[in-house]
Design a protein around this ligand. Structure first.
Ligand code: GLN
Length: 540
């Protein structure tokens, strides 16, 4: 399907409150359009001034998601990849920081020829340029742009103004604005309230944008009368009032949006006619599996940001995919690593069928992680260590099997006696923090006759990274003499990517982040195998 008017543009804005799930709505709509044969991508514009979320504490902004090309991005890009089974890149995430940086660099070069550099037109022009930048990567039928933040925030204004201009420039019928809003339910009145939605739609209008479609997040179903009321006061047709009721899993949202005909309304407004009907058979089968598992397992997630769900988003979603592949529900039990010590560990681990030690930075809670790994190793509990989790497994083994009591990572103790984990040579002269870790996809050669080979069924893989420290080559011989094997290595540098303990039923440490590559269509083999091992552990 090709025509001169492509691509078409969809903008998703948010009103009333943050955390309504713009990312999920955008990804669900994209899924529906993709299933109708359209070539779709999504990008996220974030109004904060950080260049990227790489320097943000997970408590601030949830997980930092890493793309194949090594960009540290917003976690919504993870949803886009998981839903659409596509790969995103640097061009899918833009921040206010990047926009100002580009404009200021141009100003320093003298590109503005003596002009006063202003929010309008210079910042808005840069935003508009970036909306289209993604078309340089590939040609698309539809580009969805999700605007972070909430309408009315001061920092969102330049984006809203840029969208207003952009819509005018691409002409009527070539763009759609979807406003995601909240209908609060007042228990005392027994009613869903529309006033906050009316106000946020008006706020958008003040900036010259009429929302074309209102998606209403709600705990209760919308009746006809309420739909009419929202349509009347928000200036849209009644079919453009879409209910987005709370779902038991985010993966049900595309199905709910299909029931509400969101895709039909969008296509009509974009003048995209005769588009084939949606085929969501595989997706529906997946949702059915998640909702009716035959069995369940419990896996402890040991980390230091466990209070916040979003901190380990990709790991949690990988377990949903791997659970469906094994026909089990994976109960992920978040455990704060600071709570774990020699006394508490046995009680805490009593009902766990597997242990995952999470990625992380800094010293806080590492001793609890090491203790968790000791128990997993000694009690034959399936263990997956990701990045820092793998490094801690090397430290645990060095201390308790090699007898190197002072083994540590130089990240935790720069002068430690046995630095089994140390900073990579390539990192030693780097002073700046932002975007300077070993990032993105790197190749990894897999040893034959290893668990890694059994999991991946191939001799070379590519996985995504985000780290500064690595297993210290000086200790490889000692570690392997005592039975640790290094089943995955970077073929060019020899950096250790995977460790295993063959005497254990399932002990696997990875320097990379498999969670970034798991999608609904392609659950990650490491997680699939780990969940299977947890299931075996449960039945033993
Ligand atoms: N802090 C460790 C490093 O930089 C691990 C990083 C991670 O877990 N993502 O190497």
């Amino acid at each position: 399907m090709k025509s001169k008017t492509l691509p078409k543009y969809i903008f998703v804005t948010g009103g009333v409150s943050s955390s309504l799930g713009k990312g999920i709505i955008s990804a669900s709509l994209a899924k529906l359009l993709q299933s109708r044969g359209l070539n779709v991508t999504i990008q996220k514009f974030d109004p904060y001034i950080n260049i990227d979320p790489g320097t943000l504490n997970p408590y601030e902004h949830g997980e930092c998601y890493v793309t194949e090309d090594g960009t540290e991005t917003d976690l919504d890009l993870g949803h886009y990849e998981r839903f659409l089974n596509i790969r995103t890149s640097e061009s899918n995430n833009t921040t206010t920081g990047q926009i100002y940086q580009t404009v200021i660099n141009k100003e320093r070069k003298g590109d503005f020829l003596g002009k006063t550099v202003q929010v309008i037109p210079h910042i808005t022009n840069e935003i508009k340029r970036r909306i289209k930048l993604i078309e340089k990567v590939k040609s698309y039928d539809v580009i969805i742009t999700e605007l972070g933040g909430t309408v009315g925030d001061i920092e969102s204004y330049p984006f809203i103004e840029a969208v207003r201009q952009f819509r005018w420039e691409v002409g009527m019928g070539n763009s759609v604005v979807i406003h995601l809003t909240l209908l609060p339910y007042l228990t005392a009145a027994g009613e869903l309230k529309t006033k906050p939605t009316q106000h946020s739609v008006k706020k958008l209008m003040e900036s010259g944008i009429n929302a074309d479609i209102i998606v209403c997040r709600t705990e209760h179903s919308l009746n006809e009368e309420l739909r009419k009321k929202i349509a009347l006061f928000c200036n849209v047709e009644i079919e453009s009032v879409i209910e987005s009721i709370d779902a038991s899993t985010i993966y049900e949202v595309p199905v709910l949006m299909q029931n509400e005909k969101l895709d039909d309304v969008v296509l009509k407004k974009l003048n995209l006619n005769n588009i084939q009907l949606s085929k969501l058979d595989n997706w529906n089968a997946f949702v059915k599996k998640i909702k009716n598992p035959s069995n369940e397992v419990s896996i402890g997630l040991i980390g230091k940001y466990v209070e916040l769900q979003d901190s380990y988003k990709s790991i949690l979603e990988s377990f949903v995919h791997a659970g469906a592949a094994n026909d089990v529900k994976v109960n992920v039990i978040p455990i704060h690593s600071e709570q774990i010590n020699t006394k508490s560990v046995n009680e805490i681990f009593k009902n766990l069928n597997g242990i995952l030690v999470a990625p992380g930075f800094g010293e806080r809670g590492v001793e609890g992680k090491i203790e968790s790994i000791r128990i997993a190793r000694e009690k034959n509990i399936p263990f997956l260590g990701i990045c820092l989790g793998m490094q801690m497994a090397v430290i645990e083994f060095s201390r308790n099997i090699l007898g190197l009591n002072k083994a540590n990572s130089t990240e935790m103790d720069i002068n430690c006696e046995h630095p089994v984990i140390s900073m990579m040579e390539s990192q030693k002269n780097i002073k700046e923090k932002g975007g300077t870790m070993r990032l993105g996809s790197w190749r990894c050669a897999i040893e034959n006759n290893s668990l890694a080979h059994k999991i991946y069924s191939t001799n070379e893989i590519s996985e995504r990274h985000r780290h500064r420290y690595e297993l210290n080559f000086d200790f490889i011989n000692q570690l392997s003499e005592k039975g640790m094997i290094f089943s995955g290595k970077n073929p060019d540098t020899g950096l250790v990517e995977i460790i295993e303990l063959p005497d254990h039923p399932w002990f696997f440490g990875v320097q990379f982040h498999p969670e970034y590559q798991s999608t609904v269509e392609e659950p990650h083999p490491v997680f699939v195998s780990f969940v299977k091992a947890a299931l075996n552990n449960k039945s033993n």
